[in-house]
Design a protein around this ligand. Sequence first.
Ligand code: ATP
Length: 228
Amino acid sequence: MIKFSGVSKKYKNNIIAVSNISFTIDNGEFVFLVGSSGAGKSTILKLLLREEIPTTGNIYIDKKDITLLKRKEVPYLRRTIGVVFQDFRLLPNKTVYENIAFAMEIVEAEPREIRKRVPMVLSLVGLSDRANSYPQQLSGGEQQRASLARAIVNEPSILVADEPTGNLDPDTTWDIVKLISEINKRGTTVVMATHAKDIVDIMKKRVIEIDKGNIVRDEARGVYCYEV
Ligand SMILES: Nc1ncnc2c1ncn2[C@@H]1O[C@H](COP(=O)(O)OP(=O)(O)OP(=O)(O)O)[C@@H](O)[C@H]1O
């Protein structure tokens, strides 16, 4: 379970990106974070990943207050959360296989486990035949598949996606959303910030709308926005 309790974030330039927000996300939920550019979506995701620390409030993951974690405890938190970004962020000098294996090496997985898991996730994302390609040899959609494979290879309980389809064409966008949905069906909680109206409207998942750092809507089976 993810719980934000009275969370605010004021950056050093005095911009209040998030203002006293509270919400709970149950295990296995699929939640869209929507809102205009600058609303505070990425900041919420960074707070969840503990890339930023709240100015006030508490953030719990499975009852543990992650705002109180010691520096040396942060890597453990990061293992429980997989992340994908708009710009893929694959390591250019490693093949697809090596990129995914590297995520396991960092957490000191057994080589035997790595040899077993990497082909498994490659197959799950439909990239088995591109294992030995380098990121720049792949299409945007394929790079995002590789990045999804990397995000889930350590079996995180949460998948955070920050505009994962922002650089993709509509068809490829759907392929990626279907994959994320498949990962969610296997039990992973998904929190996805997006501007993709069509996706949100068709998926009919929970929608949390942010405006100027505040939650202005939190709706089960919601839509991207209501026209005025
Ligand atoms: N590191 C930072 N230092 C100072 N201000 C920041 C920082 N990161 C974000 N902000 C500001 O905080 C506010 C919220 O930004 P945030 O990136 O969370 O919005 P967003 O909803 O994710 O926007 P987008 O949809 O464009 O990605 C903005 O006004 C932004 O300029």
